[in-house]
Ligand binder design. Structure first.
Ligand SMILES: [Zn+2]
Length: 397
């Protein structure tokens, strides 16, 4: 009888001490209101439970593990039963369907394979859908274009950074018209509208923003539809609450805050009120596409990547949203934070075609409420990567 809050509460409490301590009375958990009685789960707690402390099935039921990259501290381990993997593939196939991908498509998969959840998640979804997968993995632009041309790939899956790199390189090599690509499914990092527009123009594709994270299966737990007004998420597999990231209070419908996720069917590792650090909001109204699946807004950022300049809170999304509205700027930028003579200095280095530093500085000041120094550089100057792009460099002690 999987697929409900009550099932998850019972399954988690029965499965391991980690959840038994948090869910004293699983019988009392049926609705979202009931869920608020339970404590939030943090990333740090999952880290401390390394490797199998929050696994709720016998380990001989676990058929695969993945792990987060572990760039900050210990890795978080994700474990899966056979049914978890089937559920993940079903969700991922649904993502492809939302992006208009059909069994006739050829899907080139550039995210990495291995401990990371991405590559194999994209692949399982393609196979479940019945399309052809072309598993190239990351990097190696020559190989990417060889496969795109020889196999006539119609769909490309990538981090948004690598999507941009491939789009610019295709244009540079004069390949765009020879490619059969029509759809790009991009994710694993937050990316702005300016970047989206540039990839779509250069690669002649429609882009889709895919959502997911290791602790909740991996990528493939949500995606935007053809209207591109927010990301549909699969509420038959998990529920979303939005909280104030500072107080932990649940916010009213439609307000922006940190997404908190509780899984409904996950066997090996259920999530119970898990703090994602992703900043977004849940749309109260249904999507114009007619889908029954609810939507979150594209991510504004992460509660842990917000930075303060002279007391003002800034999310990277505020920078790229402002830049996206200025005529003559590219999509790429860096923010360098230093302290000089006891005062914060914020330098924004931005790629431009025609905009001036003065113009960019004034627009950023209006959008952020703090005046940055601006350095303009030609498009193509800032680093491109096949993984995720680091844009904020905080050198203040
Ligand atoms: Zn829709």
């Amino acid at each position: 009888m999987s697929g409900s809050l009550n099932w998850t509460a019972h399954h988690a409490a029965a499965g391991c001490d980690f959840f038994r301590e948090r869910i004293r009375d699983p019988d009392a958990i049926h609705t979202l209101d009931d869920l608020r009685k339970l404590p939030l789960t943090t990333k740090e707690e999952l880290r401390e439970a390394y490797p199998f402390g929050w696994t709720c099935v016998a380990l001989d039921q676990v058929v695969r593990i993945h792990a987060s990259s572990g760039t900050t501290g210990r890795r978080i381990v994700a474990s899966y039963t056979l049914k978890d993997l089937a559920d993940w593939a079903d969700m991922f196939a649904r993502c492809y369907e939302f992006a208009g991908v059909t069994p006739a498509d050829r899907v080139q998969i550039t995210p990495g394979y291995g401990l990371w959840t991405a590559g194999i998640g994209f692949q399982a979804g393609v196979e479940r859908l019945g399309a052809m997968s072309v598993p190239t993995g990351p990097g190696n632009l020559d190989l990417q274009f060889e496969m795109m041309l020889d196999f006539s790939s119609t769909v490309i899956c990538a981090t948004s950074s690598f999507g941009l790199l491939m789009a610019e390189e295709a244009a540079k090599r004069g390949l765009t018209d020879r490619l059969a690509l029509r759809v790009a499914i991009l994710g694993s990092e937050r990316w702005g509208d300016a970047m989206r527009q540039r990839i779509e123009e250069l690669l002649q594709v429609e882009t889709f923003d895919i959502y997911g994270f290791t602790e909740l299966y991996g990528p493939g737990t949500g995606i935007d539809c053809g209207r591109h007004e927010g990301i549909h998420y699969w509420d038959d597999y998990y529920v979303v609450e939005v909280i104030d990231p500072v107080s932990g209070r649940v916010l009213p419908a439609g307000e922006e805050g940190e997404l908190v996720v509780t899984s409904l069917r996950k066997e090996a590792q259920p999530l119970v009120r898990y703090r994602t650090h992703d900043i977004s909001r849940v749309f109260p109204e249904p999507c114009g596409c007619g889908s029954k699946y609810p939507r979150i807004a594209r991510l504004t950022g992460r509660s842990d990547d917000m930075f303060k300049v002279r007391g003002v809170q800034v999310y990277p999304a505020m920078v790229d949203t402002a830049l996206g509205r200025i005529e003559g700027t590219g999509s790429e930028y860096q923010v360098l934070l230093t302290r000089e003579e006891g005062r914060d200095r914020m330098l924004v280095r931005v790629e431009v075609e025609s905009a001036t530093a003065k113009e960019v500085g004034e627009r950023l000041r209006a959008a952020l409420g703090v005046r940055p120094d601006v350095e303009v550089v030609p498009v193509g100057t800032l680093p491109r990567t096949d993984r995720k792009t680091k844009r904020v460099f905080d050198e203040r002690v």
